[in-house]
Design a protein around this ligand. Structure first.
Ligand code: UD1
Length: 420
């Protein structure tokens, strides 16, 4: 196992280039199985999860070349229609192959993903949506067994108990793209990654409109052409570097990002005391002061992303005053709090709300990463902590941040990767 060793106290400055969005890359690679035509994807981040998705589509029959952030995919014929437990347990997003397998083979068998560290993660909305398209689904021996003689477009409402679902919206959109007739997804999620998947499907020759709103219309048909497509930059990676600037009172120019996808994240940093200059594809973040406590209410896009609250918790833990974070999407997503408290943070968890009283300093110590974004939060805290911080189990972080420590070092951080 590997760990990061961080010497805190360096003010970060310089330029950092943002990689492609993990949460676009995974469904888009899976959606490439929809076609026997050739697919070229650019700006693909080199991440453990991306490598795992490639392994899965190769297992299913795709021929794949991946180099220099470009993937070439060609799937003239599917060899298999199942996503085995061993792959799904390592990467939940494996269920994105479900829709494409149904279009290509009319059958799919995908292991149920189960829960994960951040709480239960049901797939009932995925199943509801696919059933509406005429898919027969049985759950047997931990697998979703799905088959459909024909996929037929239909209206479906994907409102869940916690609001919209990114995964269900994408899975149903992919299946509906190759169905007969029109599907209208009501209460669709409208995250930028969903727009990206829809734009990719349109580039393949499918017909999707309304992406980015809560109503997506899909006129099912066949994919007609080879496609080359570049995916959007990762807004969570960009947000994480913006927090790093604020936290270390540094100045970071974040390049190759989409400032329009970062609206709420940058607004919250401004509320705390940071200053921003937004360009077309860059944001210059000056973390001149951590002046003002704030309240964060996590909500689906364009609300504050659940994937950014852990990083903000690190920042708020040394911002004077009392801040609150209300997490409305996942039930168990404050796991970084206990570790931050071991560094001296003053955090009280009351149900879905964290009350963070800013302290003057954090102290470095041994920390255990528990999930992807919690890991980022601990690394960020280590950057300002007094002394040495050792973050263990960083394989979580490698799932979602490309060359994180190398990019941080480029900004002046003192961080190295070590074997345990
Ligand atoms: C995606 C992102 C993840 C992000 C999350 C919320 C990927 C690979 N992952 O996860 O980084 O944190 O969106 O922005 O893109 N739900 C149900 N039934 C379902 C599906 C979801 O009740 O069938 C619930 C979930 O438990 C959760 C909420 O809906 O409480 C939102 O989940 P969802 O948007 O589906 O998250 P993912 O797509 O799994």
């Amino acid at each position: 196992m590997q760990r990061f060793v961080i010497e805190g106290g360096k003010r970060l400055s310089g330029r950092v280039s943002i990689s492609g969005a993990k949460n676009s890359a995974l469904p888009i690679i899976a959606a490439s199985l929809l076609t026997a035509n050739r697919v070229v994807l650019n700006n693909i981040p080199d991440l453990v999860d991306v490598r795992m998705m490639i392994e899965l589509i190769e297992y299913l029959g795709a021929k794949v070349e991946f180099a220099h952030h470009t993937i070439k995919i060609h799937t003239p014929k599917l060899k298999r229609i199942d996503a085995p437990y061993d792959i799904v347990r390592k990467m939940r997003a494996s269920y994105y192959v479900l829709g494409a397998l149904l279009v290509r083979a009319r059958r799919a068998k995908v292991s149920l993903p189960g829960g994960c560290a951040i709480g239960p993660r049901p797939v009932d909305l995925h199943i509801k949506g696919l059933r509406a398209l005429g898919v027969d689904i049985d759950i047997e021996d931990g697998f979703i067994n799905a088959q459909a003689r024909r996929l037929v477009g239909h209206d479906v409402n994907l409102q869940g108990p916690k609001g919209t679902s990114v995964g269900a919206t994408i899975n149903v959109m992919i299946a509906a793209a190759g169905a007969q007739g029109e599907t209208v997804i009501n209460s669709a999620a409208c995250e930028p990654e969903i727009v990206d998947v829809a734009d990719f499907l349109n580039a393949m020759g499918f017909d999707i409109s309304g992406q980015g709103t809560h109503t997506i219309i899909i006129r099912g048909q066949a994919s007609t052409r080879d496609v080359e497509y570049g995916i959007i930059p990762d807004r969570i990676e960009a947000g994480t570097f913006a927090v790093a600037a604020a936290l270390t009172r540094g100045r970071i120019t974040i390049e190759n990002c989409r400032p329009d996808h970062l609206t709420i994240i940058l607004a919250k940093l401004e509320e705390i005391g940071g200053k921003m200059t937004r360009g077309e594809k860059t944001v210059d973040v000056r973390g001149y002061g951590r002046k003002q406590a704030i309240n964060i209410y996590v909500a689906p896009y364009p609300g504050f992303p659940t994937d950014m609250q852990a990083q903000f918790m690190a920042l708020l833990s040394i911002t004077p005053g009392t801040s609150t974070i209300k997490e409305t999407i996942f039930e168990n997503r404050f796991m970084q709090a206990v570790e931050l408290m071991r560094m001296g943070a003053d955090i009280l968890i009351e149900g879905d709300t964290a009350v963070v009283n800013g302290v003057r300093k954090l102290s470095g110590t041994y920390l255990m990463a528990s999930d992807l974004r919690a890991s980022a939060s601990l690394v960020l805290a280590g950057l300002v902590a007094k002394g040495k911080t050792i973050v263990r189990r960083i394989y979580h972080l490698d799932r979602g941040y490309e060359k994180f420590e190398i990019k941080l070092r480029g900004l002046g951080a003192c961080i190295k990767r070590q074997r345990e």
